[in-house]
Write a protein that binds this ligand. Structure first.
Ligand SMILES: NC(=O)c1ccc[n+]([C@@H]2O[C@H](COP(=O)([O-])OP(=O)(O)OC[C@H]3O[C@@H](n4cnc5c(N)ncnc54)[C@H](O)[C@@H]3O)[C@@H](O)[C@H]2O)c1
Length: 252
């Protein structure tokens, strides 16, 4: 269905990253006006998507961006908190500085952006906030301890925000992807060894025998942003090709 978001406005953090960019493109194709907010600019954003340089950890900067937006836009309908980083370490390998940094981006960033977006989100007659959790907030990938902890925190924050702001007509959900083909996944694969064999091994472990593409995630985000999802709130939406449905097969 086209134009599902006609007349709506959307703000997407991490908007030039792998998943964020696909979300911005889908929102624009559905008729929304879109701001992609990210530390990293991109030259070739889809038509209908404006870029704003944005650091989710900078309280003053976040407030300023929403103060400016409030002067130009009558309301905000959709907020997507997709900015995030991954640190591939156990807790012993993780420094306190790294621990604080990943929490600052993945958790505090979601808190700050949502907090300063709320006055603008309230101006409409119903809004949707979509946070980014992960299947790693339910079950753990080895060697991703701090990342898993941040995603568990985002899941709890999502439920809390849904309870607090549901009465104001604001829905809050979290998307929990498994493996998605983005720069974050490429960094997980690393740059040494036989990357194609590693990619195939990751595909093979999924019941659907593939990892996801950013557009797969954007499809679900688009639905949660749309009026069709008017009764969906406070939930964690796993989308992982069936990965978290299976136990490791015992070979006796
Ligand atoms: N790719 C996956 O397999 C996967 C799986 C589960 C969850 N996720 C989650 O999905 C979200 C998007 O991930 P992705 O795969 O697109 O990653 P990505 O690395 O492609 O994009 C992340 C974006 O966040 C931006 N960012 C980082 N720090 C920032 C900051 N301080 N302020 C503003 N922007 C900042 C980066 O510049 C980048 O553009 C993340 O929250 C990630 O944890 C991804």
């Amino acid at each position: 269905m086209a134009n599902q978001l006609s007349g709506k406005s959307a703000f997407v953090t991490g908007g030039t990253g792998g998943i964020g960019r696909a979300i911005c493109a889908r929102f624009a194709a559905e008729g929304a006006r879109v701001v992609a907010a990210d530390l990293q600019p991109a030259d070739d954003l889809p038509e209908g998507v404006d870029f704003v340089r944005y650091d989710v950890t900078d309280e003053t900067g976040v407030k300023q961006v929403f103060d400016d937006l409030a002067e130009r836009w009558d309301r905000l309908d959709i907020l997507v908190n997709a900015a995030g980083i991954e640190i591939e370490k156990t807790i012993e390998e993780t420094s306190l500085e790294e621990w604080n940094r990943i929490f600052a981006i993945n958790v505090t960033g979601t808190f700050l952006t949502s907090k300063f977006a709320l006055p603008l989100l309230r101006r409409g007659d119903g809004a949707s906030i979509i946070n980014f959790g992960s299947y790693d907030g339910y079950i753990a990938d080895p060697g991703l301890a701090a990342y898993c902890a941040t995603k568990g925190a985002v899941h709890a924050l999502t439920r809390a925000m849904a309870c607090d702001h549901g009465p104001e007509g604001i829905r809050v959900n979290a998307i929990c992807p498994g493996y998605v083909n983005t720069p974050m996944l490429q960094s997980f694969f690393g740059d040494s060894g036989d990357i194609e064999s590693l990619r195939q091994a990751v595909r093979d472990v999924h019941p659907m025998r593939t990892y996801g593409e950013p557009e797969d995630i954007a499809n679900l985000v688009n639905w949660l942003a749309s009026d069709e999802a008017r009764y969906a709130s406070g939930q964690l939406w796993i989308i992982d090709g069936g990965l978290s449905a299976q136990v490791q097969q015992m070979r006796l």
